[in-house]
Each structure stands twice: as C-alpha cells, then as structure tokens.
Write a protein that binds this ligand. Sequence first.
Ligand code: NDP
Length: 303
Amino acid sequence: MTKRVVLIGHPVAHSLSGAMHQAAFDELGIDAAYELWDRSPIQLADAVTELRTDAFLGANVTIPHKERVVPMVDRLTEEAHATGAANTITREGRRLIGHNTDVPGFRVALDTLVGRQKMPRQAVVLGAGGGARAVVLGLITEGFQRIVVFNRHLHRAEGMVKHFARSAAHMELRAMPWHESIIEAELAKTKVLVNATSIGLTSDESPVPADILHGELLVLDLIYSRTRLLRDAAAAGCTTLDGELMLLHQGAAAFTLWTGQPAPLELMQTKLAEARAGGLRSAEGEPAGPEPTGPEPTAVSGS
Ligand code: NDP
C-alpha cells in the first residue's frame, strides 16, 4: 500500500518540498506519496490526529503551524523542544514525534556562508517566527556569544529571547526594537546578518536600507530566492547566500527520518532548481512570480 507523507500548512497551494520529496521517493523506489494539506489553525488538531495510523510515514509542518503543533505530538526531539517549533513529524506506532530539521538545515547554510573564515561570534537576526527560532538555536549551539534579534512586533522577539533563556544563559541574546538607527549600530559591530522575516518573499522589498550594509557582512536570507536584500548586500561587497541550502538540508533530514535512508541530495537540489525556475520561492509555495532582475550576488557555492 502506498504510504502517505503530508505537508500541513496554510496556504500550501504549490510546494517546493513536494517537488523534492516525491522525486526522492520515486528515485529510491519507496512507495510513498507526498500530499499537500491546506489546514487552517482550527483544523490542525484533527489533521495531526489523522497521522496516527499505519497509512502515514509522517509529515512536514509549515507556516503558520510550526509552533502550534508542538503540544499536539507525544514527544519532541531536543531541537524541537529547544526551539518550541516542529517542522517534521514521524510516527512510532500510534505515537507522534516532533522534530525540527530547520536547525541542521540552517547549520549547513551557516557553515557554507562562513566558508574557510573563522566562525564569527556575533550575529543580527531579523524576525522572530518559527524560522528565526531555528536560526537562533543554530547560532547558540555554534558558539555565538552575542545575538541581537529585531522584529516588527517587539513582544514576539522578547518572547523568543525568554524562551531561549536557559540555552543562552552563557551568552548575550537580546531583543531590540525595529529602528533603522539601532539596526545600523548593531550591524556595524556584527559579521553575520540573517533575514528570517518573510519580507522579500512576495514583493521586491528589503527589510533594511541598502546603505547600512557594510562589505564585511556575511548575509543569509532564508527566502529561497535572489531577494532585494541579497542583491543590495552583493552590491555592497558582502558574501551572500539564499535559503536553498537550508531548505534542501532540512528536507534531506526529514526524508531520512521518515524512510531510514540517506536522501538523494543531488536529485532533490535539481528538483528545487526546477521548481524555482517555475517561480516558487518558499517551502510553503506562495506563487511568488518571476524572480527579480538585478546584479548577480557574489553568492558562495551552494553545494
Ligand atoms: P513566521 O510566519 O513564523 O514569521 C514571519 C516573520 O516575518 C515574523 O518575524 C514577522 O514579524 C516577519 N514579517 C512578516 N511580514 C513582515 C513585514 N511586512 N514587516 C516586518 N516583518 C514582517 O514564518 P517563518 O519564521 O516560518 O518563515 C519566515 C521566512 O523564512 C519565510 O520567508 C520562510 O519561507 C523562510 N523560511 C525558510 C526556510 C528554509 O529552509 N530556507 C525555513 C524556514 C523559514 P511579526 O512577528 O512582527 O509579524
């Protein structure tokens, strides 16, 4: 019987995850189908309950459910517990396990961005949603000593900082109000900038003005696209990377959790590239239209 794996989100009209996972199942001869479940928050608990049968290998969970799903599973891995967010579910009998594979996905992206340089110790993170939580845990466990989080709604960033109080007890993790002058002052002291907001996903906007980006910065945008931020950063001489590697590696980790097999990374990357050429820019699959044109960023190699 064909096993089922579902992506639960809202919306999930088109999906990059679907493109890479279905191709990976087919390549390895695994009889499984990747389905998209568009479920509103009120429908989430019923959707999660459905996963408890033999028909399912597991699920991916995406915007806006990654945090909401946490109390609905039976056990959390350390990373899902530490972030308070789960993007992958596996099944042990009728019990559901929540994982956060965005964290290892982010680590691969960070290592690639930093390359042969010494790992920096200070970072600025824009955003305080589920993606930002994976970023902050990844930075803490990588040994960063100072992380400053900016978010449009300051209380959400403050909540996140509070959530990480124990993991971050040995270092400085701060939430600051979203003012350009404060962001500029922090960037001047910082080597790593991560955009974990969705600004730039559906419009050609950047979360920060181009003139506050200095050439020493390593800039990672979680959005899987050549965003305005990345183009501005490249023009300022920064090293840049988009969200493709993180998406690929969170997907590869999820694939291995469901199937017990190593993921066919090259094939999955090709499928992502094809879906991107078709205009998709996020795992959730907002139809974001054609990629903007502009100077090519000096992106580090993504493989
Ligand atoms: P959430 O919905 O949980 O968080 C969205 C974040 O963006 C919040 O910080 C929100 O701020 C901010 N934001 C949204 N719109 C605006 C705006 N107009 N002005 C200022 N801030 C805004 O989403 P996620 O954290 O899950 O995802 C965020 C982004 O990261 C998405 O683009 C997603 O595709 C990408 N992502 C990529 C991954 C990858 O593998 N490459 C993995 C995970 C995420 P506020 O709290 O104030 O509303």
